[in-house]
Design a protein around this ligand. Structure first.
Ligand code: GLU
Length: 550
């Protein structure tokens, strides 16, 4: 009996590794093309950090004419949920970050390097594990949970590093007969790698985001195949990224400390290691301290949140690019109308530590993104959102389509478009005052500003209706008339005049037009008042203003 026999007893069915090496050919891509991936576990929750990673991965692949694929890491079957894969696939699809290869449904995939779901790759991992056992580079370990626990306690009391290494790795050099007998006995076991590393030696790693980092070598005989026959993350990572011909691993920086182990695995398996880029997580500030965005505490940690809120995908992506590259903002200033796809993302411009999530900034970006939509786009996007999340709004929009398009068209398409809409969930509050059916049936708090006196307000509105309001006026005439009205009632025609001699006037034209604006809409901030009146139409304006006089 030798190690070849041992390997055969453990994995009798496994194919020789040459089979897989030949099956998954080297990719024929142009020089510098990046092959990268998003490799989530299907836990039923898509984290904004995952979207962030995917956006970066897809952008880099696209920029270099490479490949971005989606691999599902489902070897921890306890954590799996139903439809977990579809959730991930749909999230990427919704944000237009679709993979070139990999999973495209719960059980569907495309591409030549599959299966792209790890649970379907069992035989592949076992083939490589078998090869390592034959070469005496891996071995079965029969330690029970109790034995391991006891070992840990001994290590603690001896004050040495915990783990399965060196003299502590009891099954590493056990006589072959003993091992084979245990297997024949049916005793449960796992497979461990035989580490050649030494803790007192250092390896140098150049990370494309974190820069140069030194680590002690890995000397732990880590588990590569678990007792259920499935691989650990570490082993699967090495095999998959080798066979799928990944050139750059982009992943969360919680994996940075595993780099020595991963490089060792690539070396032991005889593979060329990929490059790594470890991304800092998106953070949140709480009580003066920074922490990761948490699935449990922060609704904005879930990708779903952005859709529920109705924040356009482009805005979310633009915000993520802002976090990713500090020069994005500058680029945006110089390229106001460019598509985000035109921005060149650079890994070496990524922050080494985690950026803080900033909702105000995101909504600000969102306002700008929406301000560039034409009225039809606003209408279509809003109604798509409303169909899913707000039936009342959907009704309002669809019943009054032509009118709504006019409402949405106010101050749009010009150099300084309106920026009052930051997300579809706040559209209604920003336009509802334009609908008589809602507005006239509601009580309003008219919070007047500089001019507060009721009699004065009535006087302004009455005179305006009697003498100055004509829906057919063009904008210039309309505004001149508000000036005339102001003058007639003792207000300055121009703010400037008022500032020069405030004692001469009751106020100025701005105060008067604010009274008209609030009387008309019950709010002090609205888009252009002339356009609002034009869209409301003569009758509505009169009805609304008469209500004030009464
Ligand atoms: N399944 C791992 C995770 O979700 C993947 C890490 C990687 O990209 O290699 O963290």
């Amino acid at each position: 009996m030798d190690y070849k026999d041992l390997a055969n007893i453990i994995f009798p069915e496994a194919k020789p590794i040459e089979y897989y090496e030949n099956k998954y050919e080297k990719r024929n891509l142009k020089e510098g093309a990046i092959v990268t991936r998003f490799a989530p576990s299907p836990t039923g929750f898509v984290h904004i950090g995952g979207l962030y990673q995917s956006l970066i991965a897809k952008t880099l692949a696209k920029q270099t004419e490479g490949v971005f694929f989606l691999r599902i890491e489902d070897t921890d079957q306890k954590r799996e949920v139903e439809n977990g894969v579809v959730d991930i696939v749909n999230s990427l699809k919704n944000f237009n970050i679709e993979p070139d290869e990999g999973m495209i449904g719960e059980n569907e995939e495309k591409g030549n390097y599959g299966p792209y779901k790890q649970s379907l790759r069992k035989e592949i991992y076992q083939a490589y594990a078998k090869d390592l056992i034959e070469k005496k580079l891996a071995y079965p370990c029969f330690e029970t949970a109790e034995e391991l626990d006891e070992m840990r306690k001994k290590q603690e009391s001896a004050k040495v590093r915990p783990g399965y290494y060196g003299v502590w790795a009891t099954w590493r050099e056990k006589p072959l007969d003993e091992v084979i007998e245990k297997i024949k006995n049916g005793d449960p076991y796992i497979i461990r790698i035989k580490s050649m590393g030494r803790e007192d030696r250092k390896i140098k790693h150049h990370d494309l985001i974190k820069g140069n980092v030194d680590f002690p070598e890995n000397d732990q005989d880590i588990v590569i195949i678990k007792s259920d026959g499935l691989p650990t993350y570490h082993f699967a990572h090495a095999i998959d990224d080798h066979l799928m011909r990944t050139t750059l691993v982009i992943r969360g920086d919680e994996w940075l400390s595993s780099v020595p182990l991963h490089l060792q695995l690539f070396q032991t398996l005889g593979f060329k290691a990929p490059k790594y880029a470890h991304i800092a997580p998106i953070m949140k500030e709480e009580n003066g301290a920074k922490r990761k965005l948490s699935k449990r505490k922060d609704p904005e940690a879930a990708v779903e949140f952005y859709h529920k809120e109705g924040i356009p995908d482009d805005a979310v992506k633009e915000y993520l690019l802002n976090i990713a590259n500090s020069n994005f903002e500058q680029w945006r200033k110089q390229n106001k109308d460019a598509k985000i796809e035109e921005f060149t993302l650079q890994l070496n411009k990524m922050g080494v530590s985690g950026a803080l999530f900033d909702m105000t900034k995101l909504l600000d970006i969102s306002k700008t993104v929406i301000s560039k939509y034409n009225k039809e786009e606003v209408y279509n996007e809003a109604i798509k959102w409303a169909e899913e999340y707000d039936k009342n709004l959907e009704q309002l929009l669809s019943k009054n389509k032509e009118y709504t398009l006019k409402v949405l068209g106010i101050e749009r398409g010009n150099v300084k478009p309106r920026k009052d809409i930051s997300k579809w969930s706040n559209l209604e509050e920003n336009i509802e005052y334009m609908y008589d059916e809602i507005y006239l049936n509601k009580e309003h708090n008219y919070e007047y500003q500089n001019i507060k006196d009721k009699e004065e307000i009535k006087k302004i509105i009455s005179l305006y209706l009697e003498k100055y309001f004509d829906i057919n006026d063009d904008k210039q005439v309309w505004f001149d008339k508000i000036k005339d009205l102001s003058e007639e009632l003792g207000y300055a025609r121009e703010v400037k005049e008022y500032k020069q001699e405030p004692e001469k006037y009751k106020g100025h034209v701005g105060d008067v037009s604010t009274v008209i604006r609030i009387s008309l809409t019950s709010r002090a901030n609205t888009p252009d008042m002339y356009e609002i009146m034009q869209v409301l139409g003569k009758e509505s304006v009169i009805k609304r203003l008469q209500k004030i006089i009464k």
